[in-house]
Write a protein that binds this ligand. Structure first.
Ligand code: UDP
Ligand code: MG
Length: 354
């Protein structure tokens, strides 16, 4: 902010006298209810890391679409610590266009962090995310918005004809999408597509970290959102280089385990670890009793039996699991209290409007 001069015909200034606090409250009002003057309907959030060759065409392609958006649109480009002059180019190009805001991060924090910075500044009722390399096509924006109009909270793009390499990109992605859909219960063909639309109150209720941006529909699924998927265009990368390699697949799989855990048992770790613990200890105990009987009633020597070791181990493993469960309960309590993160999510409130 502060980079762009607020001389613009697309954006009206904030109402005179409105304190920033009051505006803050207005932004967080449930979607679709009312839109205070000066706030655009749509925010487009774009993470940009060393995309200097793409910025010019990205700008043109976007501007062409955004002129027609009812209620107005803003673009938030987040420069994720580029070293190729992306930021300077954005700034020099956009100084005259009040629709654009450019956030420059201090260093390369990664795509998820860059997108989160954009979400935090976005003021629109609907937020659309888009890659900065034009592999996603801004021409799909009206389609996404039309689908949102039908009452969805998240509309996800599906790159049906994806123009990336098969072995390193499309194949791992196919497997990942199956797994993620299966495990999280939110079935999508293409989690990895950045082109997605969200209601702003949904995205603002999801806390992201690490590389979790691709899991937003699944995480938002926790709130009970309505998710739709539509086919979108996809183009090969024409300029610049991809920022990811094959190692992303492994990281996505690890993230999936985290997400699954957060979605199902993060609120009750004891239920998960405690259960394993109970099973292991019970098996160990039963085995232990059996061994004791063998020794004292049937007078069999059990000193050299590997089974004995196994049963003793099971008992200890069980105790460990139960302890981890208890620790988990403590950690989860701190987590919820420290963030004052609610254990529920409201869709809207009827009645007295405040
Ligand atoms: N990106 C970013 N920070 C990073 C890596 C990537 O902001 O650390 C941006 C990048 O500039 C692009 C988008 O995220 O706009 C997707 O990256 P890329 O095109 O390299 O991913 P791919 O399409 O190859 O999966
Ligand atoms: Mg790309």
């Amino acid at each position: 902010m502060g980079i762009l001069k607020p001389t613009t015909n697309n954006q009206q200034p904030r109402p005179q006298g409105a304190s920033s606090e009051a505006c803050q409250q207005l932004t967080t009002a449930p979607a679709g209810r009312f839109r205070p003057e000066g706030r655009p309907f749509l925010s487009v959030v774009i993470p940009i890391y060393n995309e200097v060759e793409n910025i010019d065409s990205l700008y043109r392609a976007l501007e062409k679409e955004l002129d027609g958006i009812k209620g107005g649109a803003e673009v938030i480009a987040v420069d994720d610590g580029s070293s190729d002059g992306s930021f300077d180019l954005l700034r020099s190009m956009l100084q005259k266009n009040g629709r654009w805001r450019i956030i420059r991060l201090r260093r390369n924090f990664g795509q998820t962090a860059a997108m989160t910075a954009g979400f935090d500044l976005a003021r629109g009722e609907v937020i659309i995310t888009l890659d900065g390399d034009l592999q996603n096509d801004p021409a799909d924006i009206p389609q996404l918005l039309a689908k949102m109009e039908e009452g969805y909270d998240v509309v996800s793009g599906w790159r049906e004809k994806r123009r990336d390499k098969f072995v390193t990109r499309r194949l791992p992605s196919m497997i990942a999408n199956r797994l993620i859909s299966r495990l999280t219960g939110v079935a999508l063909h293409d989690y990895g597509c950045t082109l997605k639309a969200y209601r702003s109150d949904v995205i603002k209720g999801v806390h992201l970290y690490g590389e979790l941006h691709r899991f937003i529909p699944a995480l938002a699924g926790w709130m009970g959102v309505r998710v739709a998927e539509i086919k979108v265009r996809h183009h090969p990368r024409r300029a610049g280089k991809s920022k990811y390699g094959l190692s992303r697949t492994v990281r996505v799989m690890l993230d999936l385990i985290t997400v699954k855990f957060m979605l199902t048992s993060a609120t009750r770790p004891m239920q998960v670890f405690g259960l394993f613990g109970m099973i292991a200890s019970s098996l160990g105990l039963i085995g232990g009793i059996y061994m004791t009987l063998l020794k004292f009633i049937y007078h069999v020597s059990i000193g050299g039996r590997p089974l004995l070791l196994m049963f003793i181990m099971l008992i200890f493993v069980g105790i460990q699991f139960i302890s981890i469960g208890l620790l988990g309960e403590l950690v989860i309590r701190t987590y919820h209290e420290a963030q004052s993160k609610p254990i529920y999510a409201i869709r809207e409130i009827a009645g007295r409007e405040e």
